[in-house]
Design a protein around this ligand. Sequence first.
Ligand code: PKZ
Length: 933
Amino acid sequence: MWKLRKLTGATNDYVRSLKIGLGSLHAGLSYALRSEGSKPCKMNLEKMEEVYRKWEARANPAQQNSQTRMVWTPAEAGGMPISKQRRNDKFREDPPPERRRRRSGKLSHPPSLDLVPELARFKYTPPAFYDMTGGQRPFMGRCCANCTSGSREMLFTSDIPGMGFRNVLKFNKPRGGIIARYFPQIYLAYSEGVNYSYPSAGELAKEVLGSRRVHAAIHKGAISDSEGRAKEEFEYNKALQGHARRAGQVLGNMAASTSNVVLRITGWVLLKVLGMILFCVNVHQGQIEMLKRAAKEGVPLVIMPTHRSHLDYVLMSFILYIYGIRVPFVAAGDNLNIPVFGWVMRKLGAYFIKRKLDKEVGKKDHVYRALLHTYMEEVLRTNQNMEFFIEGGRSRSGKALAPKGGLLSVIVDAYYDGIISDAFLVPASVGYDKILDGDFTNEQMGRLKKKETFIGALKGIWGVFTSKFGQVRVDFAEPFSLKEYLDSAQMPSPLTSELSSHGIHRPHPHPVLKKTVSDHSLYGTDVVVEDQRQLVRGLGEHIVYDAVRVNSIMSTNLVSFLLMTKHRQGVEFSKLVEDAEWMKGEITARGRDVGFSGEMRAVVKHALALMGRNLVNTQSRQQRPDVVNETESQDAKKTRVTEKAKEGAEKEGEKQAGRDQMVVPNMALPEVFVLSYYSNTVISVFLLESVLANAVIAVANQEMHTLNPGQQNKVTLSKDRVLQKATELCDLLQFEFIFVPPCGCLYTALSDALDKLIISEIIQSEQDVSDGCSSQDSRWARRVASSSAWGIDDDKDDEDFGICTKEEQITVNSSPELLQKLFFFQSVLGPLIEGYWLTACNLVRLLDRDLPESEFSSLVSDYSQDRVAKGLAIYTESCAMDTLRNAWRLFQHWKVIDSYQDAEKIKLVHLKEPFRNEQKLGDFIDKIEAFRT
Ligand SMILES: CCCCCCCCCCCCCCCC(=O)SCCNC(=O)CCNC(=O)[C@H](O)C(C)(C)COP(=O)(O)OP(=O)(O)OC[C@H]1O[C@@H](n2cnc3c(N)ncnc32)[C@H](O)[C@@H]1OP(=O)(O)O
């Protein structure tokens, strides 16, 4: 069986169904026959299918004439519950066919290679896109072709995408003796993890405390403490001793002391425990293969996953361990350094860092910074792998956070200072069917975060053990060379000239980097040039962008996204299934993979079950006669009903049963935050199209209301205006998303997205009438240059710039179905826009007086929640604290508001000029409101 599996590329033990084997073989064969240069098959496809048909007839006569149907086992079928016996069986090897036949009386699995001798000669060539169902699914995670083209080809080979998936909790060894048979977890924990040597905490401490940087920082600290004191020299010596003692203590609390024994025990425990709470943890073997290849290059791997759950770092280290890659040193916030757990984490590679380096604003903790910098440097010097969560904490909204630059800058400095010759940077992400510790509703309601405690951790663990969390998919992007990235970032590229020709300032110019070896402060920031900061910022953004792009969409993400966008009022179950199928197609068409497979009906049921009654209610239609899908026009509904009538009797019967069930999302506070948390993962897939849909509707404004679905009247818009509006929206949401990587061009990306809308006929392109005018690109560029964000003077119109007013026109397609799609895209960003508008409206409170930050923040939050209570909010989730806070940050960034400390050291927020004027502030609010039409 395992030989057959290996041969067919079906990597999962559960994939035992004849159809799957046949499907894979069919896909492999057809690809092999199609692909250029592949060896000709010695056996023809019909003959092989005939052999299998005969076997199928013998094995299962009842199904002989039935329709081809994939029989998916739990892990693949969206993680359906598996029977206890099956779960116990999952580590067991397949018995030889004869024994199997003896036991069950009939053959239950495809024949072994001995029974089909022809198969042994068949050489399988995997297709470029490969699915266990024999279909196609995108391979995600290739690194950037713009700035790391060398790395892109270095680790990737054509067989990578076809390597398929593996559930890392599953025992995959064919033979392993008694231990493997009876104690599979022990066997796996011992046989696969490799005994690497890790530097001890003591060794590292010696190097760090003896370094010039740390000495200089202690000296600097002592001088600043003793300055101006009476007995200066005495005070200096006292302070010096104090700082030296503190340095030792800080390092003692910080340093990891990785132990192979603890790793092995934990590996064993995790195999047991994860198997109890999760159906599977899937990884793409091709991604792992690239990781392994990178690990063999002799330079450190720096893994930077997006952060959703505490399980993230456990899974990362566990997977590396299982695949025999050195486990990384992981930067952990010191809030996690709690009794017992802290000790264990240290033994597993965690080193503890302060989450805020400086206690007081404007006063740098030089000693701490020097210690952290040198510690990381020493770890890198010994060629250890590293991991840190570049977002600096778990996302509260399900969207990725902006990257932090501190630890990343140490890696960059280590390269420039010659500590490492290079490093492989690995963006990664984990997709969860159900998040283990993702209840951030309190924080989204504006309440304070609870501190981590030992008891709290135990309670959390208990909660985890008593629940089921479906499946998990871990994705690693292709590792890329730090050296190559930095080199390319410093080389003028045609892209950058393109950007400047569009008048767009990108945070990725060609920095003139200096060697920044400094003795005095962390990362040498006393001499760091702004360009270097931008370079690190750009690298961080690229990593987060890549990590988001490699994130698989899980069943719960997909279902909640549909419920939050298309079906906020509820939907029939069968329609939900239909839409989920459509949505899956849309996602994979955009190069993103989904973390489930199998029959969509089962997948949706599975997702609904995991989300639970708290989030979605399923009730019979009779119970809710008033509930209709508001976003669906009557015409569209009629068409759908007629289409349904044409479907086959069996399918129709099934649908009839499903139609009685209404799936109604819980849009009440605070549950809606959990739904939007799941749903937000999908936004990145449709981000730019959604920006454009909002821009089109904002530009069309009142005209949009005159559009009668299905009628001949049309709304004609200037393409330039739409693109300009889209840029404004990207600017508005700059703290929410990374729209393009730093090496990319927003204009090109938006144009491409508009083309997508045109291809899908949501928007129609009119003939270009710009004869004799300046090129479309330059017109657009001037508009962007002139609009310089928001509150800025933009009274000037085209004539002021001497620009020809004849422009390329686009029209909104008035077909009901396509209009519906446009509004669907619009609704993706709707809640965020409403949240920003709400915060802007609350700025009026600052016209009379300055307010303490905390008071202003709770006023905005209360006001938004009050609107929800009164039924005034379009989107309930618009009052999420995360959104309100980001809006506030943006207004600070735009210099609409500012904050300062008063005499009692209370932080106050105030309106800046010219926005202290009612009229100006009103105009500013109106501009945001334009997107709410
Ligand atoms: C087999 C079994 C396996 C089992 C397996 C179990 C595994 C068991 C492992 C447990 C592991 C737990 C893991 C928990 C997971 C977390 O706890 S996540 C939270 C902790 N991690 C992080 O935060 C990492 C990312 N954060 C950072 O990098 C942040 O910058 C820092 C270092 C925390 C500092 O943050 P901050 O105080 O807010 O300061 P920030 O503004 O970022 O800047 C600080 C300095 O960095 C430098 N800097 C910042 N930006 C830049 C830039 N763009 N360019 C240059 N320099 C810059 C500057 O020097 C700056 O100082 P200034 O010159 O501005 O004064």
